[in-house]
Design a protein around this ligand. Structure first.
Ligand code: ATP
Length: 238
């Protein structure tokens, strides 16, 4: 089996005195697409933010490539190769597509390879190359999500975490964005994907975890879970 890239162990997190994660453990191996699904408010965003160093856990540990990262600042975590595409994209709408992308190349190592990475991102998302001189705010929703993913790739991550990339997009565009996530994985980047479009995410994932009320309640091979009627009824609404 491939090497473990991300190992989250017994993680607990809270906002003030409201605890939202309770003993969450999960693993992502090199080369995998791992989907994290579950209802609104289950704690998925909190989990990604904690892994990215944007929140401190109450308890538990996060290891990346074998090293503990749960006490590191977010920029150091990005520099080590773990990048988050946040919910809602957070683009600079008045800036051009290319300027948004170049902002993503802020870690030292990524800055030196900025030109080459930009070409790789344009090869992965040709529409961004076509629109490179347009302001980001003029892109469609799906294109903006691809730009947010492209910007994260500019940091040259080994693990890309995506928080609901399909949010607010029409169904056909959801498919296109999730196909783009697959293309990213095929290019050699490991993926941890939080998604409300559970069926579409599991169709493209290797493994999945279901989060409910701050706990992992189901985990397994995506294909196997999708083949189980009781799982589909409980978590996918089919
Ligand atoms: P969603 O799909 O709605 O983003 P989620 O599974 O990502 O859901 P979280 O956003 O992690 O869930 O939220 C988990 C819980 O933490 C919810 O009860 C939410 O109300 C609460 N919460 C989230 N952000 C904050 C915050 N900044 N301050 C206080 N409570 C918060």
């Amino acid at each position: 089996m491939a090497q473990v890239l991300l190992a989250v162990s017994e993680l607990e997190a809270a906002y003030g005195d409201q605890q939202v994660l309770w003993g969450v453990s999960l693993e992502v191996r090199v080369g995998e697409i791992v989907a994290l699904i579950g209802p609104n408010g289950a704690g998925k965003t909190t989990l990604l933010r904690t892994v990215a160093g944007l929140m401190r856990p109450l308890r538990g540990s996060v290891r990346f490539d074998g090293e503990p990262i749960d006490a590191l600042p977010p920029d150091e975590i990005v520099a080590r190769g773990l990048t988050l595409v946040p919910e809602g994209r957070r683009l600079f709408r008045a800036m051009t597509v290319q300027d948004n992308l170049e902002l993503g190349a802020y870690p030292h190592r990524a800055r030196a390879q900025r030109r080459a990475t930009l070409d790789e991102v344009f090869a992965l998302f040709p529409v961004l190359a076509e629109r490179r001189h347009q302001s980001a705010g003029t892109l469609s929703g799906g294109e903006q999500q691809m730009l947010a993913i492209g910007r994260a790739l500019m940091a040259r991550p080994r693990l890309l975490m995506l928080d609901e990339p399909s949010m607010g997009l029409a169904p056909v565009i959801v498919e296109r964005v999730l196909d783009a996530v697959r293309a990213v994985a095929a290019s050699g980047v490991t993926v941890l994907l939080v998604e409300q479009s559970a069926y579409q995410a599991l169709e493209r994932a290797d493994r999945a975890y279901v989060v409910r009320e701050g706990r992992i309640v189901v985990e397994g091979s995506a294909r196997r879970l999708l083949s189980q009627d009781d799982f589909r009824r409980a978590y996918i609404g089919l």
